[in-house]
Design a protein around this ligand. Sequence first.
Ligand SMILES: C[S@@+](CC[C@H](N)C(=O)[O-])C[C@H]1O[C@@H](n2cnc3c(N)ncnc32)[C@H](O)[C@@H]1O
Length: 262
Amino acid sequence: MTEDKTPDDKTQPSRHALADEQFGSTAAAYVTSMVHASGADLDHIAERAREAKPRHALDLGTGGGHAAYAAAPRATRVTACDLSPRMLDVVAAEAARRGIANIAVEAAPAEALPFANGSFDFLTCRFSTHHWRAAEVGLREARRVLAAGSPALFIDVIAPADPAADTHLQAVELLRDLSHVRDYSARQWLAMLGSAGFSVTRMTTARLRMDFAEWTGRMRTSPDRAAAIRALQSAASSDVAAHFEIEPDGSFTIDTVLIEAI
Ligand SMILES: C[S@@+](CC[C@H](N)C(=O)[O-])C[C@H]1O[C@@H](n2cnc3c(N)ncnc32)[C@H](O)[C@@H]1O
């Protein structure tokens, strides 16, 4: 794993360590989470894999492995890669439980992938990039390890264009999960993918409801930080509250994007 502390940074956990601690300790919850285990985007990945018939697919930031499970039936091999070794232990066990024999796991940060140039001919990356310490570096790595002309599917939460709604989203995300880095806007996604060398062929947005108790429970958000999120929600302006469709129990709805690129 790459070192991501500054030389004088001896006391604070590194950003990769924060993500590993946050996800490793709650790995099993990501296999069963309905927000992650279901969705039209998984059907889309399965459909694209059916068309592409990959020899070797990469699922970057695999989490509970759902994109890898979707691609596996149509791929010769799938590598499920994640920063968190404990997350990968759960994926290996779940793949075995499902009788999927062509998924291998590899622990690595997206920003420093241990794969040769052009190793893969299909790439998925779902709800992970907003956790990366350096998204642009990770996307360049994704491009490097993908053979020219191969399809890539990126799915993530996106920030609204409205600055106040954007700030609200980043604030509640960070309170919920200290490893949160940034939900990028659709415009930022397009710019990052372009500078990484991808050509975007299709982009679709959707809305996804977050149940407050599940959303905070999955990340084991402490009661004081959950209360701070609720305070921010209560004080939100009417347009921010309307954008996120904030409900009385704190549940709310976010924007997501599915970007197809080659
Ligand atoms: C929300 S989960 C991903 C969900 C999963 N892809 C799915 O389809 O259900 C986010 C994952 O990103 C991983 N992650 C965070 N930072 C990372 C990084 N820099 N490189 C690779 N993986 C990272 C975390 O360990 C975690 O497993």
